[in-house]
Design a protein around this ligand. Structure first.
Ligand code: AHM
Ligand code: MG
Length: 348
């Protein structure tokens, strides 16, 4: 009988183990002197994620689909859910008192903490709803975040310099994917861990401990509609990757238009995701602080690589010192061997 590939869900008796909050708490116990602030901040982010996911899942009913008619700081159309997600994150996190300033893809300047709330020692930056073009078609979208220590001194509000830190200084990063199930994936640098949301209980439960990206995959993920705008090296890489050669099969193309979804698949299955520079956008499209850097941190922690392709050495994303809050960067990210292959064509 032919082997069947059925989607049957979890095998064996189901049980609920470690929650996201318990997991972060256990990880923090390893650090003598840990105050519980990071655990508290994660609790606020996961609360925001639950509120956003509940709204995303009933977007049609709640009449929040569609454009507001305004543009964000990137000059792009803003959907109502982007604004909602941004407000939820700001509201939940600032009440917790664990951060001194926040940065959001949807807001032009650093977000000050309201004076009635205490200022904490962390800096949170996020893309509240990545892949917003997918909202109206019921495809996966997500939230991306990174956490740094504050660099400014004193108990007051944080500032722009607190936000302009390289990926090397990230304390923790993660994403939430709102898909066929909702997952929260995070790393504090030692392993990448995934938690699946059980809507009946209202908690994220550990389901993917210590995720490791395969050394090589068989998928490339790029907006090939931009082919005509790419430099010759990028075109030659894509030509090469999809052409069988000897024992090497052509790579399969997967691109959904939300990097959270494309990179979630890449983390689990391997392969490469790229958003190259092009003739119109010298730095590509993706934002360093809200998208590239958090994912570079996660993918490296899972054993992969993330570069901007601007030098023969690669141009490691985590080494880039940001100078602007909404800075963009070209990005090649995924399995180590696949990123190395891309660099042979595009670097320089
Ligand atoms: P967004 O944050 O405004 O939603 O845009 C970011 C998204 C990425 O998630 C995705 O990979 C990319 O933009 C898609 O862009 P394009 O439509 O140019 O391929
Ligand atoms: Mg985005």
């Amino acid at each position: 009988m032919a082997e069947q590939h059925l989607s049957v869900g979890p095998r064996g008796p189901s049980y609920h183990g470690t929650t996201l909050e318990q997991h972060v708490q256990i990880a923090q116990r390893k650090y003598p002197g840990a105050t519980g602030d990071l655990t508290g901040l994660f609790a606020q982010i996961s609360l925001a994620a639950k509120i956003i996911s509940s709204q995303v899942s009933k977007a049609g009913l709640a009449n929040v689909l569609g454009l507001t008619g305004t543009t964000n700081v990137q000059g792009e159309e803003v959907k109502k859910l982007d604004i909602f997600a941004n407000e939820v994150l700001v509201r939940c996190v600032q009440q917790g008192g664990h951060v001194c300033v926040m940065g959001s893809e949807e807001v032009a300047d650093p977000i000050a903490i309201s004076p009635e709330f205490p200022r904490g020692k962390y800096v949170l930056q996020f893309d509240p709803l990545d892949g917003s073009g997918n909202i109206d078609i019921n495809a996966s979208i997500g939230t991306i975040f990174s956490i740094h220590h504050r660099t400014s001194t004193g108990p007051g509000a944080g500032n722009l310099n607190d936000c302009l830190q390289s990926g090397n200084a990230i304390v923790a990063a993660g994403y939430v994917i709102y898909g066929s199930s909702n997952m929260f994936v995070y790393s504090c640098g030692d392993g990448v861990h995934g938690f699946t949301f059980d809507p009946a209980i209202g908690e994220f439960f550990l389901s993917h401990e210590n995720m490791q990206i395969p050394e090589r995959g068989d998928t490339y993920s790029v907006n090939e509609g931009n082919y005509h705008k790419w430099a010759g090296g990028v075109q030659r890489w894509v030509d090469w990757v999809k052409k069988p050669e000897g024992d090497r099969k052509a790579y399969r193309l997967r691109y959904i238009g939300a990097m959270v979804a494309d990179l979630h698949r890449t983390l689990l299955r391997g392969g490469i995701f790229a958003y190259p520079a092009d003739a119109k956008n010298a730095s590509g499209k993706l934002r360093l602080l809200y998208e590239a850097s958090p994912f570079a941190f996660l993918v490296e922690a899972a054993g992969g690589a993330a570069v901007d392709g601007t030098s023969a050495e690669g141009g490691r994303i985590l080494d880039i010192e940001p100078t602007k809050l909404h800075q963009r960067t070209p990005l090649y990210i995924g399995s180590k061997a696949d990123v190395a292959d891309a660099l042979r064509f595009v670097a320089g």
